[in-house]
Ligand binder design. Structure first.
Ligand SMILES: [Zn+2]
Length: 170
């Protein structure tokens, strides 16, 4: 179950939201979320993830969506050693201007915590997560009166199960 994607679709169908920003900072690439909104210009999908080794094998910077959705998928692969400063720079220099352009009326975060230095070692600290959270809160405050939800999620699908639409995220 990709609960962030379900939440985004529900917000659009039932809650009057038109433009949903999904931020995925889980260390795995959110290939499931990306697939669902690949051709959708009403959902901006922004994903930072571990570049080496790539898992589940997608999330190249060239993957930007297709058709009307071209430019509404933003992949930022980062090295395992990225750390707080690199993450902050990516969020400030790429995510914030993208959000400025997109003007979301809802912000959802696939908030997997495996980039933490004690987990998959993308070298984020608790303070790093705090900084990213502040940036995300500022985006929500600026564009959509603070409408923001964090979901413990990875947004990805195991490749050998992808054809069965059976997903998990961690
Ligand atoms: Zn993960």
């Amino acid at each position: 179950m990709n609960n962030v994607a379900v939440a985004a679709a529900h917000a659009q169908a039932k809650l009057g939201c038109e433009r949903v920003l999904i931020i995925d900072w889980d260390a795995h690439h959110g290939n499931g979320t990306q697939d669902i909104f690949w051709a959708d210009s009403d959902v901006l999908f922004f994903d930072t993830h571990c570049a080496a080794p790539f898992y589940p094998g997608s999330g190249l910077i060239e993957e930007v969506g297709v058709g009307l959705g071209e430019g509404y998928t933003i992949n930022v692969p980062l090295p395992e050693t990225a750390g707080d400063i690199a993450f902050e720079k990516v969020f400030r220099d790429i995510l914030v201007p993208a959000a400025e352009h997109f003007k979301p009326d809802l912000v959802l975060v696939s908030a997997g915590f495996d980039p933490h230095r004690n987990d998959m070692a993308m070298n984020l600290t608790y303070d790093g997560f705090k900084v990213l959270t502040r940036i995300v809160q500022d985006i929500a405050d600026t564009h959509c009166e603070g409408k923001l939800a964090f979901v413990l999620s990875g947004g990805w699908v195991q490749p050998f199960l992808a054809g069965q639409r059976c997903s998990r995220g961690a």
